[in-house]
Design a protein around this ligand. Structure first.
Ligand SMILES: Cc1cc2nc3c(=O)[nH]c(=O)nc-3n(C[C@H](O)[C@H](O)[C@H](O)COP(=O)(O)OP(=O)(O)OC[C@H]3O[C@@H](n4cnc5c(N)ncnc54)[C@H](O)[C@@H]3O)c2cc1C
Length: 492
């Protein structure tokens, strides 16, 4: 079989690792694996390339393992080095994302070596895939110009199976500011984009999620003395991580949801709420108090909530921890079983869901708190318009108007957004009927030879896939690939 992996970020690393693990036990033949990645950030992808030391991973080691089911894989690689990066609040190492990128590179190289020993031929082509089309019983990939020692120019590659690992989108330019001097359309790497911002400048960051937090923390680390404004519609900040505790959920589990599905034929949102209520009840916690606090995410004063949550990092109550964890572990499975009306009910709470599912690390929360208390950082909700004005910017919001010298775009891409680099590729997949665009976003493969790993998977919850979610998807895909015969009879 000839597997083509399009995109060489964390999802591809998880897939290679899972193929190496599954391939060793799989009795079938081997073949070739070709990874297509145009950028210089091979295996690191968009998130884990070289950057400032202030750009940290957003989660403790137990949920940063790229190997499905092996929660210690990353911590074991990190070893003693972790001690230099311990977050004093969480009591766990939180390293610069560039260092985590080294782990991905190491994991990919080990997987490639293991696959080589099993008889696979693995190689990387430095090019963007622009098209996938049918060709007899197989598939053909076309690229734009290849830049490597072996070949130059556009290139065609035959494959029996294709896996899209193309990641998610980049921040959308909501205020049409691209091309304006002083506007940064995509903030990463912050080492480059913040380099031209003078320390005393007034900076406005569009967005108030984790990317905006990275920008504020990195400006602070560079000794920024000017004002920083976080501009958003809602003004909601991510919640703050709590210290992990060893109490795996007993009720909000995939098994329990599967049983509900088996017994009742469907799963309702109220059933899931019931599981959470029981989970909290067993721990002696009041579900209604928890739910009220949670729903106040969009109405509370965000600065006061940040202060409260920083003080509650070690709070032993499990409510937020269970919800945060199970949104990534149980959520994608349960989401597919819900009715459309229940999904619509949940979508109305998307801002709260994202804040809980992807909390900020306490170290970053303390930096934000200090900046807010000093008056250097302000939250500006209700933003209506941002317009360029004689070399700077005017911002209109519900409370009035203000100026900024520099604008950094930190808007979250919409869920299941298509990355710019994959647009023509997706057009070809849909035009040839190999896949279809889902009305709610993302791509649905219509042909068993096409697979997707990562945020582009259609039909999932609108929450960015965390590393363990990618690893689980990659493991499922590896099993599906190695189960499939190279030329399924039905496709000949
Ligand atoms: C800034 C940021 C920080 C994050 N931090 C964390 C964290 O701390 N913890 C956590 O659990 N999760 C985190 N996440 C979420 C998740 O871990 C990352 O999104 C993850 O790296 C996604 O990996 P990926 O391989 O799916 O996508 P990407 O890393 O985006 O990789 C996709 C690759 O596909 C390539 N590509 C695209 N189109 C084509 C094409 N047509 N042909 C060939 N190649 C193509 C791109 O060049 C890119 O390198 C973060 C996400 C972001 C954006």
């Amino acid at each position: 079989m000839d597997i083509a992996i399009i995109g060489g970020g964390a999802a591809a690393v998880g897939l290679l690792d899972a193929l190496a693990a599954t391939g060793g036990t799989h009795g079938g033949g081997t073949g070739t694996i070709t990874v297509f990645e145009p950028s210089p950030r091979l295996w690191r992808g968009r998130a884990y390339g070289p950057d400032l030391d202030s750009v940290l991973v957003n989660a403790p080691p137990v949920i940063m393992s790229i190997r499905d089911g092996d929660f210690d894989h990353y911590a074991a690689w990190l070893g003693e080095r972790g001690a230099d990066h311990t977050d004093e609040f969480l009591g766990r190492p939180l390293v610069p994302r560039a260092l985590y990128g080294e782990y991905l590179v190491h994991s990919a190289e080990k997987a490639v070596a293991a696959l080589g020993e099993q008889g696979w031929r693995v190689r990387v082509v430095t090019a963007r895939v622009t098209e996938v089309v049918r060709s007899g019983a197989g598939l053909v990939l076309r690229t734009d110009d290849v830049h490597d020692d072996a070949r130059q120019g556009a290139y065609e590659h035959a494959a029996t199976h294709v896996v899209l690992c193309v990641g998610g989108g980049a921040p959308p330019d909501l205020y049409a500011l691209t091309g304006c001097s002083g506007f940064t359309a995509d903030p990463y790497p912050l080492a480059d984009t913040l380099a031209s911002v003078p320390p005393g400048a007034d900076v406005a960051v569009i967005g108030s999620g984790l990317t905006a937090v990275d920008v504020v923390v990195s400006l602070a680390a560079r000794g920024h003395t000017g004002g920083i404004a976080l501009l958003s519609r809602s003004g909601v900040l991510p919640h703050v991580w709590q210290r992990p505790i060893a109490r795996p959920p007993q009720h909000v589990t995939v098994d329990r949801v599967a049983r509900l599905h088996r017994d009742g034929g469907n799963v309702a949102l109220d059933d899931l709420v019931g599981l959470l209520r029981t989970e909290l009840g067993d721990a002696g916690e009041d579900f209604d108090v928890f739910a009220t606090e949670l729903l106040a995410t969009v109405t509370d004063d965000p600065v006061e909530r940040l202060r409260r949550q920083l003080a509650a990092v070690a709070d032993p109550r499990i409510g937020r921890r269970v919800l945060q964890e199970t949104m990534h572990t149980v959520g994608p499975y349960a989401w597919r079983l819900l009715s459309e009306s229940d999904r619509a009910r949940l979508r109305r709470h998307l801002r709260t869901a994202v804040s809980v599912a992807s909390p900020m690390i306490p170290r970053n929360a303390t930096v934000l708190m200090r900046q807010l208390d000093s008056g250097r950082l302000t939250l500006v909700p209700g933003v209506r318009a941002i317009v360029p004005a004689k070399g700077s910017f005017r911002i209109r919001h519900d409370g009035g108007e203000r100026g900024a010298d520099f604008i950094v775009n930190a808007v979250n891409p919409p869920p299941q957004a298509v990355p710019e680099a994959a647009r023509c590729l997706l057009r070809s997949l849909t035009a040839t009927g190999l896949s279809a665009l889902h009305p709610a976003g993302g791509l649905t493969p219509l042909d068993p030879r096409v697979h997707v790993v990562g945020d582009l998977i259609a039909g999932g919850p609108a929450i960015t896939a965390s590393i363990p979610a990618l690893a689980a998807q990659a493991a499922r895909t590896a099993r599906a690939l190695l189960r499939t015969s190279p030329h399924p009879a039905s496709l000949r």
